[in-house]
Design a binder for this molecule. Structure first.
Ligand code: NDP
Length: 500
């Protein structure tokens, strides 16, 4: 095995269990580590250690917590390449991507929240009610929170959840996806090395049953979940039974709109960014690409030329910018959709399709490879344009930009989905771009760019794509509960029951 056996982590220590499962390298279909699976007793022990740690951690000053978390930021940056390598082995994403995105964007968010809480981010409000009476509010941490992650950005997700959680004075029990478990123990030990006390950040490993035990655990006060809409519904309803807070970061089927005044180059570059980065395994991908009919031939010609620049290959070759899919089961799912697009939806396939991409010699053909795929002349009703595929499959939908009502109809089509994670427009007319974005039903929107999600930008979905936000100032509130206090300073307490 390429990696040592991965223990659970709680109370500041590794804990091994007898039952294990394996994590597989998606680039060659070979196991790379045995992972200890948490049972109920281990979950209870992890929650218990977090509850114990909460007593002290919640009472440290924000400045003290910030100092410790900033040490963890420094360690993450120092070990960027080592951690990125782990992510490449676990997810199948090219090192050219994991080394500049995954750890970096996670560490940025930890730095952001460490600085925010140290500079008054947890302050409440004061109101002078009367000359001698004040109302003040304070923000108290929630307690022990569960973090449940998806497999596409493992360490980034773990950091986006644990950063505001710990900075606000909470403790966390974190469960990564069973498909990408390798980052979790590393992160836990980095937190410990930085000075995070035992029990503040804990890791349990396993599949959905382990997640379900966490969401229904009476010791958990909040569940922060990233994953599919269908799982999110189960998680939210389980959490609701215990009146737990939730943050839900779920899937999408986002519209990527090329407006008639956009240059073809910008439209194509944007659409490719919105579909093929991370082999299409990005929740905010703009997989419904709306293009003006008048641009059809130039758009497709330009796109087909640029598709040749997508380079599958050895994941550690700096020129490789496209990896295999994360797992066998996901590979089967994406293939099923491509087959459906060809055989049932009868969309016009102009690039890719079933089968493997051409791989350089020496690259294993056992990996979960899929060809970057483009369907054109798609209609709104096709399954490939309505379901989240979560793979490198672009669907081009044309709109009649000569119709006097084209804009109204375009916006209605873009919003015609029960999901609302992201949306974006490409245009040379910023006024028009602004007007369109204002009317798109999505929580994350872009104008003339796609996919960047910096620490400063709150992200979260509308409609079935989620509840709450991550990142940005306001999201810290999702990790605290409000306490309002009215203080009367008149010196005497009047009676409500005066003697007659
Ligand atoms: P899943 O919903 O399959 O799984 C997410 C996590 O939930 C995993 O850790 C999984 O465990 C766990 N889980 C499964 N069942 C339960 C349950 N009943 N109770 C508690 N936990 C459970 O999502 P994927 O891992 O397939 O991730 C892909 C999805 O994530 C896509 O839909 C994508 O859009 C979305 N996503 C959303 C983001 C956002 O910010 N909005 C960001 C990234 C991804 P296990 O897998 O180990 O069985």
């Amino acid at each position: 095995m390429a990696y040592e056996k991965q223990a659970l982590y709680y109370n500041g220590q590794r804990h091994e269990t007898s039952e294990t499962f394996q994590t597989i390298d998606p680039s060659n279909n070979k196991p790379i580590a045995d992972i200890c699976k948490a049972d109920k007793a281990a979950i209870d022990a992890a929650v218990h250690s977090a509850k114990d740690a909460f007593i002290k951690w919640s009472r440290t000053t924000a400045m003290e917590r910030s100092r410790i978390l900033l040490k963890a930021v420094a360690l993450l940056r120092e070990r960027n390449d080592e951690l990125a390598k782990i992510e490449t082995h676990d997810t199948g994403k090219a090192f050219s991507e994991t080394s500049v995105v995954d750890v970096v964007t996670g560490a940025d968010v930890l730095e952001y929240y460490a600085n925010l809480v140290a500079s008054g981010g947890l302050n409440g409000e004061t109101t002078q009610l009367r000359p001698d009476a004040w109302v003040y509010t304070t923000k108290a941490p929630l307690g022990v929170c569960a973090g449940i992650g998806a497999w596409n950005y493992p360490i980034q997700i773990a950091l986006w959840k644990s950063a505001p959680c710990l900075a606000a004075g909470n403790c966390m029990v974190y469960k990564p996806s069973e498909f990408t478990p390798l980052h979790a123990l590393k992160l836990a030990e980095i937190y410990t090395e930085a000075g995070v006390p035992p029990g503040v950040f804990n890791v349990v490993q396993g599949a959905g049953d382990v997640g379900a035990m966490l969401t229904s655990h009476p010791g958990i006060s909040k569940v922060s979940f990233t994953g599919q809409v269908s799982t999110g519904c189960k998680v939210a309803s389980s959490a609701a039974n215990g009146m737990k807070y939730v943050t839900m970061e779920l899937g999408g089927k986002s519209p990527c709109i090329v407006l008639p005044d956009a240059t073809v180059d910008n439209g194509v570059n944007g659409a490719m960014m919105a579909n093929f980065f991370s082999t299409g395994q990005v929740c905010t991908n703009g997989t419904r690409v709306f293009v003006p009919a008048s641009m059809k031939s130039s758009f497709e010609q330009n796109l087909l030329q640029k598709m040749e620049n997508i380079r599958p290959g050895d994941l550690f070759d700096p020129a490789t910018n496209f990896g295999p899919l994360v797992s066998k089961v996901h590979h089967e799912k994406v293939f099923k959709y491509i087959r459906h697009g060809i055989e049932t939806d009868h969309a016009k396939l102009i690039f890719g399709g079933l089968g493997q991409p051409e791989l350089p010699s020496g690259v294993s053909k056992e990996g979960y490879w899929v060809r970057p795929t483009v369907f054109t002349d798609c209609t709104d009703a096709m399954l490939i344009t309505t379901d989240e595929i979560f793979g490198p499959v672009m669907c081009i939908l044309y709109y009649d930009d000569k119709d006097p009502h084209w804009l109204e109809s375009l916006i209605a089509r873009a919003n015609n989905t029960n999901m609302g994670l992201a949306a974006g427009v490409f245009t040379s007319n910023i006024d028009l771009g602004y007007k369109v974005v204002q009317r798109l039903e999505a929580g994350i929107t872009w104008v003339n760019t796609w996919g960047e999600s910096p620490a400063e930008m709150p992200v979260g979905g509308w409609k079935m794509s989620g509840l709450g936000t991550e990142n940005g100032r306001g999201s810290l509130e999702h990790w605290t509960q409000n306490k309002s206090t009215l203080v009367e300073m008149a010196g005497e307490v009047p009676t409500a029951f005066p003697k007659l």
